[in-house]
Write a protein that binds this ligand. Sequence first.
Ligand code: UTP
Length: 312
Amino acid sequence: MASPIPITKAVIPVAGLGTRFLPATKAMPKEMLPVVDKPAIQYVVEEAVDAGLTDVLMVTGRNKNALENHFDRAGELEAVLTSKGDDEKLRKVDYSTHLADVHYVRQGDPKGLGHAVLRSKMHVGREPFAVLLGDDIIDSRDPLLSRMLEVQTALNTTVVALLEVDPAQTHLYGIATVEGTDQEDVVRITGLVEKPSPGTSPSNYAVIGRYVLRPEIFEILERTPPGKGGEIQLTDALQELATGPVWGGGVHGVVFRGRRYDTGDRLDYLKAIVQLASDRDDLGPEFRPWLKSFADSLGGGGDEGWQGGEDG
Ligand code: UTP
């Protein structure tokens, strides 16, 4: 049965403490860290808008001012740029102001991702909605969210994004047990576990920061006790949907094979900047030759591959 309600709402939790990035995140949310010349959060909002979601709710914590200011008018700056006739920079300032209809709700204490999502209940109402983690960037050349929305509309279940990770990395993610479907990039999820201890992971399918949820998730989250790390885990609520009674229709995964950058992790953050800057038309032509000679100057000392993602 197809969902009759078009999905328009995106929830972006940005209330985490970002401790892996201290001291940069002492007074600023990690989602505001620049990736080349845009804060990470702007890439995420652009992705939501590209997928047709224009109503964005950010679940914020302390230090929310920088975020709110980024998506609001910047009167003084705009006045200076206008007086100088610098239209190009003015466009850059103005762009994020009108990108989406952005709303905010406070999380209070950062009690976990599940708790942050639960804070969106009033705004979302009884509709399916997307959740995008504000520190997870999906390369715009490899669309993921639009495919997830399509799968959600077709199956009317809960849909999460999965990435096959190096088995040595499974303890850093929520991990899914899966069954194939008749679609090559879609699996049915039969179980989920948050950050399994090394050597105990049921698979290497990791849940990454994109979800299309049905409103039943709120009823589950309301009674989900704190789990791993003492936090209310979204993974635990999804596990109930995947394995519990058939209400809610179960959970499917869209297997993502594109480029993704975890900007909450220092090493992945550095890789994201280098990769995205290399590919830019304005910076790439000068940056790439420099990067190549810099890499050559390292000689055989570099023992890390380009794609060998590593969390901290
Ligand atoms: P993370 O676990 O990566 O965020 O949460 P963190 O706790 O801020 O990171 P570290 O480990 O201390 O460096 C994933 C996403 O969920 C949000 C975060 O902002 C991030 O986008 N989150 C997490 C919340 O909004 N609230 C929470 O209570 C926890």
